[in-house]
Design a binder for this molecule. Structure first.
Ligand SMILES: [Zn+2]
Length: 155
């Protein structure tokens, strides 16, 4: 059976309706109309108080998806979901790369060292996390291999 949740990335202001398989926890993008079909309009309006998974946003006064300025032109479609998901994963994978290069870097330090620029490249402040030039170059090279040149920029 599937339940409905709202997922919001921490990489932008977008949020999405998702159908979540209760057994496997696999999530898939759905539009609001499908959420209504799955759980009914009344239940959807109560979604904020019944979210069973702590990682979902629970602060929306009304159960709805949101479009941030960087992605609103894409609309309420799967492409926006996949785009935001990929950006979120890029940020998370880079955290692993950084922490492999310098294990002393904490999640909190990394959490304030990254930001997405206007072209949606990910800027990471290596200096603020104490990376040496060699560690910084190493992380940059790994990020370039993983995501292609220009997708991640270490400063
Ligand atoms: Zn967005």
């Amino acid at each position: 059976m599937e339940i409905v949740g709202i997922w919001g990335a921490d990489t932008c202001g977008c949020s999405f309706f998702e159908a979540v398989d209760e057994t496997t926890r696999e999530c898939r993008f759905i539009i609001r109309d499908e959420a209504i079909i799955l759980v009914g309009l009344a239940n959807l309006q109560r979604l904020t108080s019944t979210l069973p998974v702590s990682t979902w946003q629970s602060t929306y006064p009304v159960a709805t998806d949101k479009l941030c300025p960087a992605h609103e032109a894409l609309g309420r479609v799967l492409l926006r979901y996949n785009t935001v998901l990929a950006e979120n994963r890029r940020k998370n994978i880079c955290q692993s790369i950084v922490q492999n290069a310098r294990p002393l870097v904490t999640a909190e330090q990394y959490g304030v060292a990254w930001r997405f620029l206007g072209d949606r490249s990910l800027e990471i402040n290596a200096t603020s996390m104490g990376l040496t030039t060699q560690q910084k170059n190493n992380v940059q090279a790994q990020a370039d291999i993983q995501f292609g040149p220009g997708k991640v920029v270490l400063i």
